[in-house]
Ligand binder design. Sequence first.
Ligand code: C2O
Ligand code: CU
Ligand code: CU
Length: 516
Amino acid sequence: MKRRHFLMNFTAAVGGLVATKAIAKMEHTKMTGMTCELNSDDCNKGDNMHEHMNMNMNMNHDQKPQKLLPTSSLKQNQNLPSLINLKNESNQPGVFEATLHLKPVKIALTPEITTEFWAYNGMIPGPKIEVNEGDHVKITVKNDLPQSTTVHWHGLLIPSNQDGNPQDAIPAGKSRVYEFDVPKGNAGTFWYHPHGHETVAEQVYRGLAGTFIVRSKDDPLNSLPEQHWFFSDLKLTDKGEIADNTMVDWMNGREGQFVLINGSYRPKIKVDSATRVRIWNACSGRYLNLSIPDCDVFLVGTDGGLLSEPVSLNKPLLLSPAERAEIVILPKKTGTVYLQSIGYDRGKMGNVPPEQDMLLAELDLTQSNSITLPSTLRTLPKLGQATAHKKLEYTEVMDMKEPRGGMLFLINGKRHDMNRIDLESKIHEVEEWTIHNNSHMDHNFHIHGAQFMVVSHEFNGTKTLPQYMALKDTVNLRPHETITIKIQQNMPGLRMYHCHIIEHETLGMMGQLMVK
Ligand code: C2O
Ligand code: CU
Ligand code: CU
């Protein structure tokens, strides 16, 4: 009852914000030649940016609106498919050996609609890799795409030369072997996706992404039944082809008309007992703000595995692109309810409709006996006092010469350059990073090679501590928010950090850290 009340209020508040924006007027524009700098102090008011974008779109880019497939064309309400495991070809204990084959595949979504995807082993999403902490992993990747790629093992603590950096491309038609040990303490919910130079957006929206679960023998929730909800985004033209990115997609991060769970559109999900659910937001640009009605919901894990103790959730679970969560849900009634993403205003640019609640799945609940979750899930590693400090600033700049949206997305004023080292860290040194989102739009921060802890948020002039301690590799920043994280890199080599709105990353909102 209470919960429902909260959701209603929340939606009303979001609606209010959108209305305020719509009536805001353009007060100020500043054009310098072909480029308009919007990161100077008097020019970074969000609403001005919106006007700039409308102007830019009218002046420079005459894009016809895309004709999209009506959402009624895809079948709904099919039982949630299970993720298909990648077969371990090794029979040695502690060794996982397999092959991922990337190639274009035609998939019949309906009897009338056949779509060409780019897929790992012909599946959308790619096969689920499941290993144990401490396992040795050896995966042969065969690239039969028309372009080069890499495979990045998002969230895993593995050597940088095995982590799919853009510098280590696998050319079209070639193969390579990725080989690494998954360290102890690295149990959790991860995923893999391409990380080539400027090709990530297209490769992901054509279908390349898969799940990677690392299990631990001492997981105190091992006895619970488990479900996997892998959210991905799909945009199809009226002919059923994968749509190209529009300017708006490049600016805001792509959002399609379909959100899939385990590759299925608006599936039916049965929950008939207390269940652990691993959730991935593998959408390119879409924020998920998940509301699960008529259930008790406990957050038990984040990007980097279990929390120290369960946290009862009394509001929607917000996951920005690439974030994961583990929750335990307990149905409190028997019946059909709807899993929704509650509209979340992330400050998108241009003429975009206000955010609305989105139906994601039907939940068939069976009222279940309550269970007692362990009060302690694990002891999180303690990072000592930070002895080094780093500062990052996110900005957005108009650039009419940039054909993909007319915007540059920058970190510390720079666009990603594969041949530039932006920052250096000493191996094992505990560092504090302060990341400031000096823009009017949400961006998130992701870094390779480490799981960090958020120390504080500073938003609207107030500094707050995180609600719970957690290991994260991706964290959201609201407009003008500053966050401080504590981080330690424990392996040498080159690591990427970037916004995980994949279009922003592809357009250059990425930097390079050398760990020595
Ligand atoms: Cu999920 Cu650098 O990426
Ligand atoms: Cu990553
Ligand atoms: Cu971004």
